[in-house]
Write a new protein. Sequence first.
Length: 70
Amino acid sequence: MTDRINGDMTFFELMRTYPASVEVLRKYNLGCVGCMGAQNESLEQGAKAHGIDPDQLVNDLNAAIQGDTN
């Protein structure tokens, strides 16, 4: 699988480019859709701020956009 999503992407960029990512964010209890920080905060920054492993989040997001949510 080629990773398209990485920890440097902002939440806004992620949701705009990959709408299916919103479901994964919800599973992690991340309310990024309505968050003002989503435009500037990277996935890695946001994950760490919420006590989430950034690598696992990115892996789950990449799986979701491949249609394989494991």
